[in-house]
Design a protein around this ligand. Structure first.
Ligand code: GDP
Ligand code: MG
Length: 166
């Protein structure tokens, strides 16, 4: 059996970079798939021996009349509903921002199964961000570098028992 992982977080934290790393060239989807708007990209992910569906949330970068927070909330809620587990990314070089706190709040209220990822943490760059991330109240943060492929083994070890539940 398989499961669905949604990557959520504010713009520019590296969601699409991680999505692309997990999906490689196996991008399955999308625009014409029922129930999936251009704001949600879906692909077939592979991580070592795990196979799962991954959802990238996008569209928050676009300038519209709609407030960013409103769109953020709706998009994240939709992703949470589609997903078995959410990977909430923050930027380890920037640390925790007010937007990150809004996301954390949504995820806690939704009772979502959340993995907290501190991205852009190649080398020691994410050390400060990883410590700050504890304040989000979402458990132990894992350090990732979507761009350089670091932390993928930690992600695997967290996802593996989840995968066994499906
Ligand atoms: P998204 O808006 O959350 O989808 O973020 P993107 O995947 O588009 O990435 C935003 C920027 O962060 C891009 O310039 C990426 O190259 C950069 N980026 C993504 N992952 C990493 C990483 O692990 N380390 C560093 N240093 N930069 C990254
Ligand atoms: Mg993106």
């Amino acid at each position: 059996m398989s499961f669905t992982l949604a990557i959520v977080g504010r713009p520019n934290v590296g969601k699409s970079t991680l999505f692309n790393r997990l999906v490689g060239k196996r991008l399955a989807l999308v625009d014409d798939q029922p129930g999936v708007t251009r704001d949600l990209r879906e692909g077939d992910a592979r991580l070592i021996d795990l196979r799962f569906t991954v959802i990238d949330t996008a569209g928050l970068e676009e300038v519209t009349d709609d407030s960013l927070q409103g769109r953020m909330r709706r998009l994240t809620e939709r992703a949470v509903e589609m997903a078995d587990v959410c990977l909430f990314l923050i930027d380890g070089r920037v640390g925790v921002t007010p937007s990150d706190e809004v996301f954390a709040d949504i995820l806690r209220r939704k009772n979502a199964h959340v993995i907290l990822g501190v991205n852009k943490a190649e080398g020691r760059a994410g050390d400060g961000g990883a410590i700050e991330a504890w304040s989000l109240g979402l458990g132990e943060p894992i350090r990732l570098s979507a761009e350089h492929g670091e932390g993928m083994d930690d992600l695997y070890h967290i996802l593996r028992p989840i995968a066994e539940g499906f």
